[in-house]
Design a binder for this molecule. Structure first.
Ligand SMILES: Nc1ncnc2c1ncn2[C@@H]1O[C@H](COP(=O)(O)OP(=O)(O)OP(=O)(O)O)[C@@H](O)[C@H]1O
Ligand SMILES: [Mg+2]
Length: 408
């Protein structure tokens, strides 16, 4: 990142008559060096470390102050040991330094304090030709001011202001969420493509099954054909369901059989259950009437809850139970989704429905699952509640309005 800015500064300040090995800086160089410094600072990422800022600024100054010795002493709040970074003219051995005078053996040394960074300094030193007043001094002072401001920003981003860090994290998570959404569209496209050939397989096996078996055909052929037909039907149904699930929710609100929605969510999550060794059990309220809602988004609610539960039990497997309870007086059907996973610490529980809140490693979760669940349940006029005992498990309770209650 700094190489470009350093090269630009070097090109802008190309060979001029020097005094000995040191370059003479003129007033016209001031704007160019300052421009190179500003370009460098703009090109550094928000989360750049203070040491990266120092290295970049010294590189730009080294291109301007050719033949001089340069250094920065940085005292950071978290450490008592000053960090020293040097830029020396070619051929010069690393000098004996102390943090007060970095170049005690040289003839002349400027020491410029970095504002609001107690103990931190920028050093410009010369072994022979005087540093001279005027432009070189102004350049050094501006560089010290810019360096100090940018290091303080870097420190604020790193720890002083956690929200700055959060913004960087949120940005990364948004990119991840966007990637997942794109992946969903690609998968929907692939599944759609798959549906055509599978439809042909279903149609052809159907046709062959209806024909009287050819004379002399092995008796097993019919059985094999039936198995092909059943398997292809399953693929077809799964493809159709997956396409309708991934489609944006423009579905009309209407009667929804919740137990079918749960079954569908179970089918989508089955792979996850098998991978983590999870038993799935249901205990349904008898005679539960239909709900008023959208089956696609409601399926998404349970897929998210089931996948979270499966992740929470990924260490040793476990049991995922789904129980439905009727509350006719309240006009609600409650669904308890209980797992025997790691549970959620009390301090974390209030945060789990926040968008982008996740305890999973980068790339493992976006932290959007439960916020989407909440949004869908709210849109249905429902209720959502989580209770957990760390080490024992978690229960999410979703309450959804019954159709006959007449609520939207
Ligand atoms: N059943 C559960 N058991 C334990 N912790 C859970 C459970 N469900 C959710 N959590 C906690 O809540 C956090 C947020 O869940 P959420 O579904 O919103 O995001 P995520 O699963 O981390 O990522 P994704 O966006 O991929 O779903 C999880 O990271 C996890 O810490
Ligand atoms: Mg999740």
């Amino acid at each position: 990142m700094t190489t470009g800015a350093r090269d630009a500064a070097a090109a802008a300040l190309d060979a001029r008559p020097d005094m000995g090995s040191a370059r003479v800086l003129r007033e016209s160089d001031l704007g160019e060096v300052e421009g190179a410094l500003l370009d460098l600072l703009a090109s550094l990422p928000v989360e750049a470390e203070p040491t990266a800022v120092v290295a970049g600024v010294l590189d730009v100054l080294a291109a301007a102050f050719q033949g001089r010795s340069l250094g920065v002493v940085l005292v950071l709040p978290e450490s008592d040991t000053p960090q020293i970074e040097l830029r020396l003219p070619p051929g010069m051995a690393r000098p004996r330094t102390d943090p007060i005078r970095l170049f005690p053996d040289l003839d002349e040394e400027w020491v410029l304090g970095l504002a609001e960074l107690a103990g931190s300094t920028l050093h410009v030193a010369s072994a022979g030709a005087p540093l001279g007043p005027g432009t070189p001094r102004v350049i050094a002072e501006r560089a010290a001011a810019l360096l100090s401001a940018r290091v303080r920003t870097a420190l604020a981003v790193r720890g002083g202001r956690p929200e700055s860090r959060q913004i960087a994290d949120l940005r990364a998570q948004l990119v991840q969420a966007e990637k997942l959404a794109t992946l969903g569209q690609i998968v929907a496209g692939v599944v759609h493509e798959l549906a055509n050939p599978v439809t042909s397989i279903v149609a052809c096996t159907d046709f062959l099954l209806r024909r009287p078996p050819a004379a002399g055909a092995p008796p097993d052929d019919l059985e094999h054909l039936k198995r092909i037909s059943v398997a292809a039907e399953r693929i077809l149904k799964f493809s159709r369901d997956l396409v309708s699930y991934s489609r944006p929710a423009r579905e009309e609100v209407g009667p929804v059989a919740l137990h079918e929605v749960i079954l569908q969510a179970q089918v989508f999550s089955q792979h996850e259950f098998e991978r983590q060794g999870i038993q799935f059990a249901t205990d349904y309220a008898a005679g539960a009437p239909a709900l008023l809602g959208q089956s696609g988004p409601l399926t998404q609610v349970f897929v998210n809850l089931f996948v979270n539960a499966a992740h929470a039990m990924s260490d040793h497997g476990g049991r995922l139970s789904v129980r439905t309870r009727l509350d006719p007086a309240g006009g609600l059907l409650y669904v308890d989704v209980t797992d025997t996973g790691i549970g959620i610490p009390e301090a974390t529980l209030p945060r789990i429905f926040e968008p982008f809140f996740t305890t999973k490693d980068a790339g493992q979760g976006t932290g959007l699952g439960l916020s989407i669940v909440k949004e869908i349940v709210d849109a249905h006029g429902g209720t959502l509640h989580a209770a957990s005992t760390p080490g024992e498990g978690t229960t999410f309770t979703v309450g959804l309005p019954l159709l006959r209650s007449g609520r939207p």
